[in-house]
Design a protein around this ligand. Structure first.
Ligand code: B12
Ligand code: SF4
Length: 615
């Protein structure tokens, strides 16, 4: 069958997300004619073109919103329009005759996003001065786009973000009604998504369109594409799948989404989609984890005897059709670890299905994409890397595992070195004691440049409750090993875990301060704990002394279910810590304030740290 797989707006625009690449590779082998497109990238390139900015200018004028940035933008509209294509071309190719013009800072209009650079806020200018000319130009061009993104958010569409579209609507969406309402409203961005859908459907003429929805910030974009398809090309069948669907739509009762979507599949898409294509072609057949509307009711079918393909038997993902050289790199921050998310092109690839640890109590371990652990072999992995390089000509890899298995990383590094393969790579790990100084050095030699991983909390009591299987002392050793090997480390941190006290969060910050001071960490991010339905805490709330607050379900039935509202048995005002924690991290990442009393980061009174840790 003729299938068009689509990455809907908006995920990221420096490199493609890998879901359609995995599905393309599998379905092509099964004999289907498959094309894939990144509509997020197409949208961004349309928006950030001379024509696109002209339309943005008109919309801002029409909006009549009174705002200082919008006034600045309208005054400088010609300069924005005349420079935008030069900026985008430089961020795509990393080459431009205009590099020196950009860094002289006389060419591009400079809005509020340039203030930290002008005022040397947090030492940003000092860090900027240490960059190469190319990186300086990249930073300047990124700030130029950041100002434009603010203009679009304020003057055109509040739902716009570089890596998410209308994410807020998709959060804790128990009812479909807000989406239905939002679909009725059309901003210029929605018009563009519709137009790009039309153009691609006319070009590829598929019988089936598969929309990948990895994150909440892709839901509206995907449904806009679905709506346009159903309205203008009613014969094309619309299928959705992806991380958001796998996590949030499992308990779907509301059938209204089937006005614009024909089928939903859950978990790995290879086998369900293969079966669905033959079901669509023949009007009958067996289905795997597939939902559709039958006689007005949501029906979930999983025929007995059908199974997923073993992960190690899958071929390398195929990025064919996703033109790597059109992706746009951004360097909004100067932190070398943070820029990895938005700068450069990375072949995204999975080393193992699921997580080898699968125990953390806040994590969705009961879901297939975490709970079913199936690693690939080192030889297979490196074969796949070589095959992807041939296709994309990109030698950088982002391993998108939940927590890459340490033994496989070691074996893979040995295999890369044995074959003399020149690659750079990074990915998410668990701070496992297996990462000794020998292993981290080996990884570095094989091209590892950075790792990310969850420390979550730096309190031994809460770490036990989370069942992360690590201790602060061990994390200190592992992060030091990476740092000594020359590998950047980014830590995910969490505050507000049930029963966690303010003292424990403050103690965590003290540990984090010491880690930054020792340069064990290059960057970090503090998340507020969120209770999710498929995590051990969500499945067993009493054990964690919380009560889930029942939600009102609309008369049409439940739409999404993931994040759950809850109350703790003993109230703790975790929220008052958020701003101070983020303020501290922002400064630590710039190497500032590492010797300050950490209570100064907070507006409210907080206790002195009590943690006794000498690193
Ligand atoms: C790596 C990762 C990240 C990385 C990289 C993200 C990126 N842009 O590439 C980072 C750390 C940056 C990240 C950030 C976020 N992430 Co994340 N991330 C992941 C992770 C671990 C792997 C994603 C991946 O590449 N998988 C590999 C691909 C091949 O798998 P896949 O997309 O699931 O596709 C398969 C199936 O879903 C299905 N499928 C996919 N599309 C389609 C389409 C059709 C038609 C069909 C039939 C099937 C199908 O078939 C595919 C092949 O089997 C997943 C969890 C997981 N294990 O998947 C979470 C996950 C996707 N992330 C999640 C979230 C929430 C986020 C954030 C929003 C967090 C936040 N609050 O900021 C951000 C959003 C970032 C963004 N806009 O880019 C959630 C999404 C669930 C939800 N509630 O919607 C997940 C599921 C984890 C979780 N349980 O919390 N993430
Ligand atoms: S949080 Fe990470 S290490 Fe823990 S179970 Fe989930 S994926 Fe595995």
């Amino acid at each position: 069958m003729k299938v068009l797989l689509v990455l809907p707006p908006l995920t990221q625009f420096n490199t493609p997300y890998p879901s359609t690449a995995y599905l393309t590779s599998y379905l092509e082998k099964a004999g289907h004619e498959v094309n894939q497109i990144d509509l997020g990238l197409e949208l961004i390139l349309k928006m950030f073109s001379k024509e696109g900015l002209k339309q943005i200018t008109q919309e801002v004028r029409k909006s009549k919103i009174k705002n200082e940035l919008l006034d600045f933008f309208l005054d400088a509209a010609n300069e924005y329009e005349n420079n935008i294509e030069d900026v985008i071309s430089f961020l795509q190719t990393h080459e431009s005759p205009s590099i020196s013009k950009f860094i002289e800072r006389q060419t591009l209009p400079e809005g509020p996003r340039f203030i930290p650079l002008d005022d040397n806020q947090g030492g940003v200018l000092d860090l900027y001065n240490g960059l190469s000319d190319k990186d300086k130009a990249k930073h300047i061009c990124s700030l130029f786009l950041d100002d434009l993104a603010d203009v679009i958010r304020i003057g055109v569409d509040a739902d716009f973000g570089f890596s998410r579209y209308a994410e807020k609507i998709a959060m804790a969406l128990t009812s479909y009604s807000p989406v239905q309402k939002r679909l009725k409203k059309k901003t210029v961005i929605d018009e563009w998504i519709g137009e790009l859908t039309r153009v691609n459907l006319q070009k590829f003429r598929p019988e089936v369109i598969g929309l990948s929805i990895p994150f909440p910030g892709n839901l509206l974009g995907a449904l806009r594409i679905a709506e346009t398809t159903k309205k203008e090309f009613p014969d094309i069948k619309v299928v959705i799948g992806g991380g958001y669907v796998n996590t949030e739509l499992r308990s779907l009762e509301d059938s209204r989404i089937f006005d614009i979507v024909d089928f939903i599949t859950f978990d790995d898409g290879e086998k369900p989609l293969e079966n669905l294509l033959s079901f669509i072609k023949n009007g009958e057949g067996s289905l795997l984890r597939t939902m559709y509307r039958k006689e007005g009711k949501v029906t979930h079918v999983s025929s007995p005897g059908l199974h997923d393909v073993k992960f190690k038997n899958l071929d390398a993902p195929s990025f064919r059709g996703l033109q790597m050289n059109r992706y746009v790199s951004m360097m909004e921050t100067i932190n070398p670890m943070q820029r990895l998310w938005t700068d450069g092109r990375w072949n995204k690839m999975v080393l193992a299905h699921g997580c080898y640890w699968k125990k953390c109590t806040f994590c969705d371990v009961s879901l297939d994409y975490i709970g079913r652990y199936e690693p690939d072999s080192a030889i297979n992995v490196v074969d796949k890397m070589e095959s992807i390089i041939k296709e994309t000509n990109v030698h950088g890899f982002h391993f998108v595992d939940e927590a890459a298995p340490p033994t496989l990383l070691k074996a893979m590094s040995e295999e890369i070195l044995k074959r003399g393969l020149k690659v750079t790579w990074w990915g998410n790990i668990r701070f496992d004691p297996y990462f000794t100084s020998d292993v981290t050095k080996l990884m570095k030699d094989a091209g590892c440049i950075a790792v990310t991983g969850g420390i979550e909390v730096a309190s031994e009591r809460v770490l036990k409750l989370i069942d992360k299987g690590i201790s602060i002392e061990k994390v200190a050793v592992v992060t030091k090993n990476f740092k000594d090997a020359g590998v950047f480390v980014h830590a995910y941190l969490m505050y507000g875990f049930p029963t966690e006290t303010i003292q424990e969060t403050i103690d965590s910050l003290e540990v984090v301060r010491q880690f930054f001071k020792k340069k064990y960490l290059s960057s970090a991010y503090w998340h507020r704990f969120a209770l999710t339905a498929h995590s051990p805490v969500g499945l067993n709330p009493d054990k964690y002394k919380i009560k889930i607050v029942p939600e009102k379900i609309s008369e049409h039935g439940l739409f999404a279910k993931n994040e759950l509202p809850f109350v703790e048995e003993k109230f703790v005002d975790h929220d008052m810590l958020g701003i101070g924690l983020r303020r501290a991290l922002f400064n630590y990442m710039l190497g500032q304030g590492l010797d300050m009393d950490l209570r100064e980061w907070f507006d409210e009174k907080v206790p002195k740290p009590k943690v006794d840790l000498s690193l």
